[in-house]
Write a protein that binds this ligand. Sequence first.
Ligand code: 48H
Ligand code: FE2
Length: 256
Amino acid sequence: MWDLEISKIIVNGFFEKFNDALDVDVAIVGGGPSALTASYFLTKNGFKVVIFEEKNDPGGGTWGGGMLFNELVVEEELEWMLKEFGMNYKRLNGFISIDSVHFASSLLYNTTKVGTKIFNNVIVEDILMEENRLCGVVINWAPVIKQRLHVDPITVKAKYVVDGTGHPASVVQMIIDRNLEVELPLDKIREFPMNAKEGENFVLKNTKEVFPGLFVMGMAAVSVGGGPRMGPIFGGMLKSGEKVANAIVEKLSVEV
Ligand code: 48H
Ligand code: FE2
């Protein structure tokens, strides 16, 4: 009977990959552009990476371009990365213009193609800690949280956790809420008014390990550092993802 076969293929296929994702090198929270870039470079370097995305459709703030005009902008210097991802684009006055649906789907295609596992509809609701260091995340089905069902979560072990949750910097917020901050100078998360050029520089500078075992990247790095937003220019997100990947590759290579 086809119907039973189909169900078995889905259930077995899911649990095989989910079981493998319970103990990883890097767990990335959120599936936006910085996460898709970081995971691509980490996975390509041979590390086991999982992304948890609370929405049905990973890609974060990329799909809608600027104000739903589905085109977005990247700095010209990032042409090499767009080529690496096999994207189509146009060069215009020092900038690159890309169809945002093509951009989002290319990032998703490339990272999943090299082997990154993305679990959508899964929310990271808490952090896992050991001896004052992050060592994983606590996950649940997003609809469980949204419908406020009283269902306990499960855990995923990771050598490094990356906060790629965008504007709210949700993972760092969990640390702040518990007064755990050791290396964080902040008591709250905030971002400043739009300035594309400064925002793009700020995101890269503030992409770093902010707590033992926890890196912050993308818009979350801007919120945590307290810098300007940059609007619909996405080069900083790509560069931030690449920076996190390089930093973790270096750390994990030393630890091996
Ligand atoms: C699971 C979660 C959780 C959670 C959130 O916002 P994003 O696109 O993230 P970035 O930093 O890669 O890109 C930012 C960019 O899209 C942007 O907003 C820019 C450039 N703004 C400039 C401006 O001026 O506004 O994606 C974050 C993703 C989303 O898909 C969330 O659903 C997801 O993270 N997420 N997933 N567990 N606890 N919290
Ligand atoms: Fe944004």
